[in-house]
Design a protein around this ligand. Structure first.
Ligand code: NAD
Ligand code: TYD
Length: 357
């Protein structure tokens, strides 16, 4: 048995693959374009493991996806592949439209053709799980109830609009063609192997380098944080037991203003890696110009997945953020290779001979 996972050299997909291979004998085919966000060094521990087949390529490359489906006959496809950084989507939205919308469409077409030709038993068992975000629901006011699966879509950034479009396509392929899909909309993730352009890893890395900690606007924007391994366990659970065509919101009931996150990271670093001069890392905090169109608050109501599938996060924010800071302190080489760009050579230097393409 095999599953095809797209975008699994990125932050969440790679964490998913590492967990999957630690728990299952089932092999994974990892299709990833290796954009700046794809980092095979994260998957170094499964290099040479026969259960991990890496293929460099684009979800929008129909011929390649057709070939992979025919060759590996997966029982499921999990789509993590996306452009994922809101700030990049504001500066250059093109890649977001190409991968998140056109790429998802091409993937759906390839999967529809493959699924349509499966023998009845395999056809009934097949699943396409599309990984999406809470950002499709837009921004909440302070007193508003958290997003349920019924909340209307109101995306505000090119990133969230492109993810919203992909969700709609996935929904339409179920409604129109009966494709057996599942969609998950998750809150902000954090944890090991997170690219240091996102808030939490950026703060850790900048703090240790003695650089300013850039907080956008007043720092009172609220996000709902989930430890990445909890997101992975939720996806496994939805894949295993989710109802076809259904949407599951995934979150950790952990709403925090950004400035509180930054202060928590600083306090942990003060404890675990105190500065020589005795000052707090929080003295490096620097308020900067706000992000255009910045969403004020996200909050996920995760009661459906808890009630219907019995899923709950294993980590609290306090345990998860401590593990995360400890991981970055213990893995300076991974960070240094990301910062120097050396991670981009990994496929040539470390994976030579094992990558299919
Ligand atoms: P990431 O940016 O770290 O990784 C994305 C991966 O996709 C990279 O390895 C990249 O090389 C690959 N990729 C990009 N374009 C591709 C293409 N055309 N074909 C094949 N591969 C391609 O992102 P992430 O944080 O791991 O997010 C994974 C998924 O989860 C995304 O769909 C994102 O929208 C969703 N999500 C992320 C969060 C979060 O907090 N990070 C929260 C909820 C949902
Ligand atoms: P980010 O990690 O980019 O995730 P998203 O925009 O998808 O929620 O940002 C999380 C929050 O942190 C968001 O409100 C923007 C804010 N932020 C900063 O204040 N400074 C930064 O340098 C970054 C990257 C983000």
């Amino acid at each position: 048995m095999t599953i095809l996972i797209t975008g699994a050299a990125g932050f969440i997909g790679a964490n998913f693959v590492l967990e999957w291979l630690a728990q299952s004998q089932e092999s994974v085919v990892n299709l990833d374009k290796l954009t700046y966000a794809g980092n095979l060094e994260t998957l170094a521990s499964v290099q040479g493991d026969d259960r991990h087949i890496f293929v460099q390529g684009d979800i929008g490359d129909s011929a390649l996806v057709d070939r992979l489906l025919a060759e590996h006959q997966p029982r499921a496809v999990i789509n993590f592949a996306a452009e994922s950084h809101v700030d990049r989507s504001i500066h250059s939205p093109d890649d977001f439209i190409q991968t998140n919308i056109v790429g998802t469409f091409r993937l759906l077409e390839a999967v529809r053709a493959y699924w349509g030709n499966l023998p009845a038993e395999d056809k009934a068992a097949f699943r396409l799980l599309h990984v999406s975000t809470d950002e499709v629901y837009g921004s909440l006011g302070l007193g508003d109830a958290a997003f349920t699966e019924q909340h209307r879509y109101e995306p505000n950034s090119p990133y969230s609009a492109s993810k919203a479009a992909s969700d709609h396509l996935v929904r339409a392929y179920h409604h129109t063609y009966g494709l057996p899909v599942l969609t998950t909309n998750c809150s902000n993730n954090y944890g090991p192997y997170h690219f240091p352009e996102k808030l939490i890893p950026l703060m850790i890395v900048n703090a240790l380098a003695g650089k300013p900690l850039p907080v956008y606007g007043d720092g009172m924007q609220i996000r709902d944080w989930l430890y990445v391994k909890d997101h992975c366990s939720a996806i496994r659970r939805v894949l295993e037991a989710g109802q076809l065509g259904e949407v599951y919101n995934i979150g950790g009931w952990n709403e925090k203003p950004n400035i509180e996150i930054v202060n928590t990271v600083c306090a942990l670093l003060d404890e675990l890696r105190p500065k020589a001069d005795g000052s707090s890392y929080s003295t490096q905090i620097s308020y900067v110009k706000d992000r255009p169109g910045h969403d004020r608050r996200y909050a996920i109501d995760a009661s459906k997945i808890e009630r219907e599938l019995g899923w709950k996060p294993a980590e609290t924010f306090e345990t998860g953020i401590r593990k995360t800071v400890q991981w970055y302190l213990a893995n300076p080489e991974w960070v240094a290779n990301v910062q120097s760009g050396a991670y981009r050579d990994w496929v040539q230097t470390q994976y030579a001979g094992t990558a299919e393409a």
